[in-house]
Design a protein around this ligand. Structure first.
Ligand SMILES: Cc1cc2nc3c(=O)[nH]c(=O)nc-3n(C[C@H](O)[C@H](O)[C@H](O)COP(=O)(O)OP(=O)(O)OC[C@H]3O[C@@H](n4cnc5c(N)ncnc54)[C@H](O)[C@@H]3O)c2cc1C
Length: 316
């Protein structure tokens, strides 16, 4: 069977690779180079955020955790397990994700920065997307997939590739291709700064001036962030940059000496629920598997969703 995957973000690439591994002939059709996808700029730490429904997201996230952990252990480029600290100013409930992460424990008081009374330590996959996405693409191409740069207006525009099935992984624009108006942007701004030697990932989801996270990478540190539902302005906001740096310095005071490298803005593909389903009643006359609307969790659930796409295609 020939499968055309529309989109080359984390959803499209994960799906394409799993379909190839399952024996399908795959073509990836994408409007943009991978470097300008939302996926490429993601902080890309495993952490379920702004995606539903909870049961399905948890299942996809668990599958993806194991997969990414396996890649990290195997030394795959751009993927590693990252020691992490979640901070709280008041006594927190047990987080829903506590069962899914590795090495979950209550942080000791000497592990907390000033102003924080509580914290949890754990380990999760952290993915450096500028390394991982090209690696995924190169594997897909090396395994024989066709790689086509093309903007489609509707899924029928790939009919010339003679697909037996099309997988819609077009992120925020996936809805336009199939008449689904329920997708919305969730603007995210992050700041790349020089890494003063950090290895611990730190977050405070309820910082008084906005959510805050510090994710150290090999050659920089990603500071975040914002989660503005409905905002589609991709121009960096300098005041927000300043605010992000300030709140992240509360979490990790060593950042005070870091320099800003750049500010990045991306639009997460928001939807009330992730759409992952087989649709055989399409107007284009070709079965479609929808795989979009991953919100702030595309990296966290991408592989699990890809596995489910393979199952859906297998039904045909
Ligand atoms: C600042 C920020 C931080 C984030 N941090 C995390 C995190 O820590 N962990 C996490 O799990 N998630 C995170 N996310 C969310 C994550 O980035 C998204 O959920 C994910 O990137 C969505 O991937 P996607 O492949 O569905 O879409 P995209 O990456 O947007 O890819 C869409 C693809 O579809 C193609 N396409 C679109 N329209 C067309 C068309 N008409 N014709 C052809 N091709 C088309 C595009 O060219 C592109 O290749 C973050 C997002 C942001 C913005």
């Amino acid at each position: 069977m020939r499968v055309v995957v529309v989109g080359s973000g984390i959803s499209g690439l994960s799906t394409a690779l799993e379909l190839i591994n399952a024996g399908y002939h795959v073509a990836v059709v994408s409007a943009d180079p991978i470097e300008v996808t939302t996926s490429f700029l993601a902080a890309a730490v495993w952490f379920p955020t702004a995606a539903a429904p909870v049961d399905r997201v948890n299942a996809w996230a668990a599958t993806t955790f194991d997969y990414l952990e396996g890649l990290a252990v195997a030394g795959s480029p751009g993927v590693r397990m990252c020691e992490s600290l979640a901070l709280y100013r008041s006594d927190p409930p047990l987080p829903a994700w506590s069962q899914s992460v590795r090495g979950f424990r209550i942080a000791r008081s000497d592990e907390l920065p000033p102003g924080y009374g509580h914290g949890y330590r754990f380990s999760v996959p952290l993915v450096e997307m500028p390394v991982f996405l090209p690696w995924l693409r190169d594997r897909i191409v090396a395994l024989g997939a066709r790689w086509i740069r093309r903007t489609v207006q509707k899924l029928g525009d790939v009919a010339d590739l003679r697909p037996d099935v099309v997988v819609n992984c077009a992120g925020l624009r996936a809805g336009e291709l199939v008449g689904d108006s329920t997708l919305f942007p969730i603007r995210g701004q992050i700041v790349r700064v020089t890494n003063p030697g950090l290895a611990l990932s730190v977050r405070d989801e309820a910082h008084p001036i906005g959510r805050a996270y510090v994710h150290p990478r090999a050659n920089d540190c990603v500071l975040g962030g914002s989660l503005d539902v409905g905002n589609q302005d991709v121009t960096p906001d300098p005041e927000l940059t300043q605010s992000i740096v300030e709140r992240c310095c509360d979490l990790v005071p060593q950042l005070a000496d870091s320099s800003v490298i750049e500010t990045l803005v991306g639009l997460r593909p928001g939807r009330k629920e992730v759409r992952l389903e087989l649709d055989t009643e399409t107007t284009v006359g070709i079965p479609v598997v929808h795989n979009y609307g991953h919100g702030g969790s595309g990296v966290t659930i991408g592989y699990g969703c890809a596995r489910e796409v393979v199952t859906a295609v297998g039904v045909l």
